[in-house]
Design a protein around this ligand. Structure first.
Ligand code: COA
Length: 167
């Protein structure tokens, strides 16, 4: 069993370190303004994972109506495959604190590591957003984690449909 990494809520003063990880991670990183906007939302949950008091990963999650949207997850490239993202997402589920939370996210269709992570935590692919990513025109896979997906069903997932075979 992997040990849980320590977590805490993100604050504005963490954002320079978050931006460093963000820029090392994504070809089109979020701007500082985007992080500030998300972190300012009082209904959102934004967590940092720590190693020796240093941030090694983060998750940004916003609530829209009754659904939680995972907006951003990243782990410092030097700290991947050590359970950091798993700790962040399990911590997020706990912080949400609802008995039957409904979560959704978009992920690049080619992002096999992230898709594997999400599937391991109970998310299931429910559809595609065609050419969602403007930098390369890639499709987004829409994933949901709901009471039904945790039992291998999709009947409480909005507009769930078959997803074409992933190349
Ligand atoms: N290849 C295959 N499976 C992978 C994987 C990889 N490179 N990385 C994670 N997984 C799967 C595995 O099942 C893994 O369990 P295992 O290590 O016991 O096999 C499981 O996810 C948990 O991995 P974990 O160590 O918790 O993930 P992580 O801390 O390395 O973070 C990402 C995973 C995706 C967040 C990290 O690779 C990352 O920051 N990627 C770039 C940003 C990104 O793609 N974010 C998601 C955008 S939607």
């Amino acid at each position: 069993m992997t040990t849980r990494h320590p977590l805490r809520r993100l604050t504005y003063s963490d954002l320079p370190r978050v931006m460093t990880i963000e820029r090392r991670t994504f070809p089109t990183p979020w701007s500082l303004a985007m992080f500030v906007l998300e972190v300012s939302k009082p209904t959102g949950i934004h967590l940092a994972a720590l190693r020796d008091d240093r941030i090694v990963g983060y998750v940004i999650c916003s609530r829209y109506d009754t659904v939680w949207h995972i907006m951003n997850v990243a782990v410092d490239p030097d700290w991947r495959r050590m359970g950091v993202a798993t700790s962040l997402l399990e911590g997020l589920f706990e912080e949400i604190g609802e008995p039957e939370p409904r979560l959704t996210l978009e992920v690049r269709r080619s992002n096999a590591p992230a898709i594997a992570l999400y599937e391991r935590l109970g998310f299931r692919a429910a559809g595609l957003r065609r050419r969602y990513y403007q930098d390369n025109g890639e499709d987004a896979l829409i994933m949901w984690r709901t009471p039904a997906t945790l039992e291998g069903r999709m009947d409480d997932v909005p507009n769930a449909g078959p997803v074409p075979f992933l190349p």
